[in-house]
Design a protein around this ligand. Structure first.
Ligand code: RNT
Ligand code: ZN
Length: 419
């Protein structure tokens, strides 16, 4: 039985030509790929006490309870998935392999090092796994260059790593029967003004050609390349800039471009880039994140920028060509809460987009009635999105409203506080 609050909300939306049942069906069928690295501040378990270096990415904060082992990370993720409505994916980085205490260097990783993740994800009926080569936290990344390095031996090492990562990604896709996205992001850049901006980009393009040389099944696997504006310690120059990767992805025509919401100037709209990118690339990977000044990785909230991204996906009919992933790391609050709050916020933003009075908006625009269009946008802001969201949580048997925080607090007391 639907709640009476839902029935009222459904009628409110219906009066604007919006079918809330269709929106809920679509929401339930849209997986979000959760980033494994929120649970341990992007440390990974490659070897004990791995520290981040040469990455230009930094988790700040030291809230107690960080996952110290694969088992702890999985235990935390179990609670996270339990508190999320819908069926989702997990996005792994290469440094999260199950290396059984041995040092397996990045160029030697194989699907077998991720077999325990596959079993874990299958047992929980996840939608699938996604993957990333880890081109940071490694001696060969310490001087701020990987695939664009001027030393061929270093480039070859990272090429081998990325190629190995693609094969692991493809093995995930085959196992789960859903397309795995393997995303290449590298930190290459420089702190101060470089003289030569071209050489590193020529080398990066050649390295990427080598990385993507092996043909993999397009059903099992999709490649993506991620741009960035700048990083900490790489403020003046980023080899893999927006122009570089957009050009590279469009020229190839067979790989996805990854837009990270924290990787642009704060006044730029990521939402506005989507329709342009998808004119020239087959698919898109989104790293849903929240930039705050120079930090690109705050916990996602259902703010205007995030809502605009999902509105664009729905309005343009782009959901089917877009892989949705999260990318943030906050070490200053309970990490499980950060995961759950951010994922639920992204889902709520998607729901908001699915509930737009699209037909009325389109007609108003097409007939030149821009006052009506503005009025519709403004009235939409106060529509009872929360009541539809609550109904979704109720149907999916996950906590409604703040109930998820009670479970997280009790987990903090019984588990996280003892780490
Ligand atoms: C870094 C990129 C990249 C990473 C993860 C860990 O700026 O956004 O996606 O955050 O791969
Ligand atoms: Zn990212």
């Amino acid at each position: 039985m639907d709640s009476s609050a839902y029935s009222l909300a459904r009628e409110t939306y219906a009066a604007l030509g919006v079918d809330t049942e269709a929106a809920l069906t679509r929401l339930a069928a849209t997986p979000i790929s959760l980033h494994c690295w929120q649970g341990d501040d992007v440390g990974g378990f490659e070897k004990p006490n791995a520290t981040l270096s040469g990455g230009g990415i930094q988790a700040t904060g030291n809230y107690p309870g960080k996952a110290r082992t694969l088992d702890e990370l999985r235990q935390d993720l179990d609670l996270v998935y339990k508190l999320l409505p819908g069926r989702h994916r997990l996005n792994l980085h290469a440094i999260y392999g199950d290396f059984a205490g041995k040092l397996v260097d990045r160029d030697a990783i194989e699907p077998k090092h991720f077999a325990s993740w596959v079993a874990w994800a299958q047992a929980r009926k996840l939608h699938g796994l996604d993957f990333n080569p880890s081109c940071f936290s490694h001696p060969f990344a310490a001087d701020g260059a990987t695939l664009s390095h001027d030393c061929k031996a270093v480039r070859d090492f990272w090429i081998a790593h990325c190629a190995a990562a693609r094969r692991i990604g493809a093995s995930f896709g085959k196992t789960f029967g859903t397309t795995t996205t393997t995303n290449v992001w590298i930190p290459d850049g420089s702190k101060d003004t470089p003289f030569d901006r071209s050489g590193p980009r020529q080398r990066l393009a050649a390295s990427l050609d080598a990385v993507f040389a092996e043909k993999l099944s397009a059903t099992d696997h999709r490649d993506a390349v991620e741009s960035k504006l700048f990083g900490i310690g790489a403020e003046s120059y980023t080899v893999g800039s927006h122009e570089f990767y957009l050009g590279y992805a469009s020229k190839r025509g067979d790989i996805a471009y990854c837009l990270d919401a924290g990787h642009f100037h704060p006044t730029e709209s990521l939402a506005d880039k989507i329709a342009s990118v998808l004119q020239f690339t087959p698919s898109l990977l989104l790293h849903v994140s929240r930039g705050v000044r120079w930090d690109s990785d705050h916990v996602v909230t259902c703010d205007d920028a995030t809502r605009a991204i999902f509105e664009e996906l729905v309005r343009g009919g782009f959901l089917g060509r877009t892989a949705i992933g999260l990318d943030y790391f906050d070490a200053s609050i309970n990490r499980v809460a950060a995961w759950v709050i951010g994922t639920r916020a992204a889902q709520k933003a998607l729901l908001g987009a699915l509930l737009e009075p699209a037909t009325l908006l389109r007609t108003a625009e097409q007939t030149g009635d821009h006052a009506l269009r503005l009025a519709l946008f403004e009235e939409s802001r106060a529509l009872p999105l929360g009541l539809i969201w609550d109904e979704f949580c109720r149907r999916e048997n996950v906590p409604v409203g703040l109930g998820f925080m009670d479970e997280i607090k009790s987990y903090e007391r019984s588990v996280l506080a003892h780490r």
